[in-house]
Write a protein that binds this ligand. Structure first.
Ligand code: ACO
Length: 430
């Protein structure tokens, strides 16, 4: 019997030649296709894959997703267990360093993050320069980018000490910038970080503290926010992470790369989706209007926001955790009236042939916005909250890129379909 080989044999019918390409990790190397040429000076065959539907851009050991089974793991640990047993800072450490911290490591890590929560006073001036109704995500993107001007040492990206400083600073300062953006938009004075509080508790303090000498976060809400950060911490090669890696591959400093990742997250098809979900629920207004709304979606007049995912073709495991978390939060805050519309939308969509056939299930954003709103976060802040949690994942992916000897500056190819060479006519002849 012929032995099975882990290879792919391709016949180029233009030349009749056969090629045997190695298959490794169920992947062939696109570059191996380039040996297939008609003429020796041809470039060789390329793959055409708009939106990277079937192209792996890296090897990674950080996050595993099985979209068909609805599985998400960070460094091998199921998301459900991490959400139940760990704090966000433990998970951030796990993503960055590969293992969960022991007690001493966690204390040291927490101390590092906590001592980097303050921002330079000049950043406040920068924040003050924004218009009163500036979107907080726009302010967040800009101020993350501005951090690069305060820490020029971060340009030394091959120095592990500088990289570690960036981890402390970006994870430590992201909530501060986010809260300052909010306070600016509501015309309230900025609240300095309170380093006696937890990571999530301090953020709530910077958001909501008014005149009380010490802000005491509600433990249920503090915990819920921490879990939401965990759920958003990484999601392998999504749009913003690809932006972090793509921009980082130019060897720019990590603050600039993180600003690019944040900008990618701002879009309504990515981190802006939870904002879009709430606006959609507002627009629908009552349960009675759901069938008409679903009909419009099916006619292509808009999308059911918070549904569908490039990778998950099953229930997003994060959505299930968030749905349970919502019950705990609503016990404290009172039930968000939009929940009933969301539950009914989900029920109808999951029975509808259009959604079933396309395997469209609720994603992480479908219910997270309802919790955020119950916690009194304005809708504009939703993508910013996402960015705080995702910061650790971006940094872990960025470091993995830098340490991967196979990686180079990201530079996709194109299929050119434009005009051939021609002469430029004078203005009078056009
Ligand atoms: N509502 C209605 N139809 C949808 C939806 C939706 N939310 N999502 C996909 N479809 C349909 C498409 O129209 C398409 O139908 P067709 O085959 O008849 O043309 C089919 O399902 C496949 O959709 P694609 O757009 O090709 O899927 P893709 O993988 O490119 O998009 C995405 C994934 C962007 C998440 C998409 O499902 C979407 O736009 N969802 C709504 C926005 C959203 O919730 N984004 C958050 C994603 S999670 C995150 O970023 C954290």
């Amino acid at each position: 019997m012929e032995t099975k080989r882990s290879t792919l044999t391709i016949t180029d019918n233009r030349t009749g030649k056969q090629y045997e390409l190695p298959i490794e990790n169920e992947t062939i190397r696109a570059n191996d296709l380039r040996q297939m040429k008609v003429n020796p000076d041809d470039f060789g065959i390329m793959t055409y894959d708009p939106a990277y539907m079937a192209t792996a851009s890296c090897k990674s050991t950080i996050t595993f997703i099985d979209g068909d089974k609805g599985i998400l793991r960070y460094r091998g640990y199921p998301i459900e267990q991490l959400a139940e047993k760990c704090s966000y800072l433990e998970v951030a450490y796990l993503l960055l360093f590969g293992e969960l911290p022991n007690k001493a490591q966690l204390e040291e890590w927490t101390a590092h993050i906590t001592t980097h929560t303050f921002v330079h006073e000049n950043l406040k001036k920068l924040m003050d320069g924004f218009h009163y109704d500036a979107h907080p995500m726009g302010m967040f993107v800009s101020t993350v980018a501005a951090l690069s001007t305060f820490y020029p040492g971060a340009k030394k990206i091959s120095d592990p000490t500088e990289r570690a400083m960036t981890f402390y600073r970006l994870i430590g300062k992201a909530p501060t910038l986010a809260a300052f953006a909010y306070r600016h938009s509501v015309g309230m004075p900025y609240v300095h970080p309170d380093n006696e509080l937890s990571y999530a508790g301090n953020f709530l303090s910077m958001m909501y503290k008014v005149a009380e000498p010490k802000y005491k976060p509600n433990p249920v809400l503090e915990h819920a926010l921490d879990v939401l950060y965990i759920l958003h911490a990484d999601h392998e090669q999504n749009c913003s992470t690809s932006a972090m890696r793509g921009v980082g591959s130019s060897q720019v400093d990590p603050y600039s790369a993180a600003a690019a990742a944040s900008a990618a997250l701002y879009g309504p098809l990515h981190g802006g989706a939870n904002e879009a979900v709430l606006r959609m629920l507002d627009e629908i207004g009552t349960k009675e209007k759901i069938p008409a709304f679903i009909k419009e979606v099916k006619e292509g007049k808009g999308r059911l926001m918070g549904f569908g995912h490039r990778v998950y073709k099953n229930y997003d495991p994060r959505a299930s955790i968030i749905k349970r978390l919502a019950d705990q939060v609503f016990e404290v805050t009172g039930r968000n009236p939009k929940l009933d519309i969301a539950l009914e939308l989900e029920r109808i969509a999951l029975q509808d042939d259009y959604f079933v056939k396309r395997k469209l299930y609720p994603n992480v954003d479908f219910y997270s916005g309802l919790i955020y709103q119950a916690m009194k976060f304005p809708v504009d802040m939703f993508p910013v909250l996402f960015a705080i949690g995702r910061m650790s994942g971006w940094l872990a992916q960025w470091q993995e890129l830098l340490l991967d000897p196979e990686q180079k500056i990201a530079r996709p190819r194109q299929v050119y379909l434009g005009k051939g060479a021609r002469d430029v006519p004078m203005l009078s002849q056009r």
